[in-house]
Design a protein around this ligand. Structure first.
Ligand code: NAD
Ligand code: UDP
Length: 315
């Protein structure tokens, strides 16, 4: 049995990961400061004797004897990461230093949840891992983008200088159950708005694109990446290459929820990337033919059902 640390384990992705790791017979420590995560996401795991929940902030060192670390802690929604930008960059940079220091001391394998945001507003399309990106270092998204870029640098330097066993994945827009209804990201916003017959808020004209990945496909990719045995460090893109405009997403959500919602257009935030699509050739090659299995409508239906139950229980 491995002892595994998941930082940000009470968040959207972290909670699915904790569940998967427990199901695979691991002893899991879930560490979170509950900034955007919630105990309700992992409440069903609390009875499991191999699950341990720790309130801790990754900007402070943490000591435990572990075999593997998944470093997921960081707010991911622009609304939340821009709320306190200094804290966001500290979480990425100091969090990486603290977790890499721990990995070095206990000789644990460590995986970093990096992001497609390292490509910024990309000039090449689809994005391959060898593209260096087009990131504004002083804009409203920089605390997140540059924090994650610096974390990648730290991971590579700890690997090269101290031989730390690292894995870096670049996650593209992911959605699914356990997203916070107030998360502020596009899929949760549109579904919550549609279920309540409220206006669907498209920022800009809705022609910007994203490629949406259902959370189960990401968890499978993360699991395969952590198990790679041939010294493969990444970074590797983990995302669904099917690309949609934000307008198409809104139309899909309205149709699948039978909603009476109207679409309204609000100003496009500064530095909002115009397009994003992962090239997943490297993931297919290195992760045993991994590719996403859940396409948009199927994933949206599962997520709609989750939010529908959540909103009914809140009434
Ligand atoms: P989330 O906001 O639901 O989860 C983040 C978790 O980290 C929350 O539980 C939060 O409370 C915790 N956290 C934040 N700051 C912390 C701190 N200083 N100390 C301890 N815990 C802290 O977001 P998510 O979508 O689950 O994202 C998880 C990870 O995946 C993040 O690192 C994010 O950058 C990365 N990622 C996510 C996506 C996506 O589309 N969901 C895309 C790219 C990368
Ligand atoms: N977006 C939108 N309406 C919303 C929330 C987001 O039109 O209510 C847009 C946003 O401007 C961006 C896209 O949807 O172009 C994805 O936004 P999200 O915050 O989910 O993720 P990111 O921009 O980090 O990819």
């Amino acid at each position: 049995m491995k002892r595994v640390l998941v930082t940000g384990g009470a968040g959207f992705i972290g909670s699915h990961l904790c569940e998967r790791l427990l199901n695979e017979g691991n002893d899991v420590i879930c560490l979170d400061n509950y900034f955007t995560g919630a105990k309700t996401n992992i409440a069903h795991l609390l009875d499991n004797p191999y699950f341990e929940l720790v309130r801790h902030d990754v900007t402070a060192p943490y000591f435990a004897e572990v075999d593997e670390i998944y470093n997921m802690a960081c707010p991911a929604s622009p609304v939340h990461y821009q709320y306190n930008p200094i804290k966001t960059i500290k979480t990425s940079v100091m969090g990486a230093i603290n977790m890499l220091g721990l990995a070095k001391r206990v000789k644990a394998r460590i995986l970093q949840a990096s992001t497609s945001e390292v490509y910024g507003d990309p000039e090449i399309h689809p994005q391959t891992e060898d593209y260096w990106g087009n990131v504004n270092p002083i804009g409203i998204r920089s605390c997140y983008d540059e924090g994650k870029r610096c974390a990648e640098t730290l991971f590579m330097d700890y690997h090269n200088q101290n031989n730390v066993d690292i894995k870096i994945i670049r996650i593209f827009n992911t959605y699914g159950p356990n997203m916070n209804p107030d998360d502020g990201r596009v899929v949760s916003n549109f579904i919550v708005q549609a279920l309540q017959n409220e206006d669907i808020t498209i920022f800009g004209d809705g022609s910007q694109t994203r490629s949406f990945q259902y959370v189960d496909d990401l968890i499978e990719g993360i699991s395969r990446m952590m198990k790679t045995q041939h010294g493969f460090t990444g970074p590797v893109n983990i995302g669904n290459p099917n690309e949609f405009t934000i307008l198409e997403l809104a139309q899909n959500v309205i149709e699948l929820t039978n909603s009476k919602s109207k679409i309204i257009n609000l100003p496009l935030p500064q530095d909002d990337p115009t397009q994003r699509q992962p090239n997943i050739s490297l993931a297919k090659k290195e992760l045993n033919n991994w590719e996403p299995k859940v396409q948009l409508q199927e994933g949206l239906l599962k997520t709609i059902s989750y939010f529908d139950t959540l909103l009914k229980n809140q009434k």
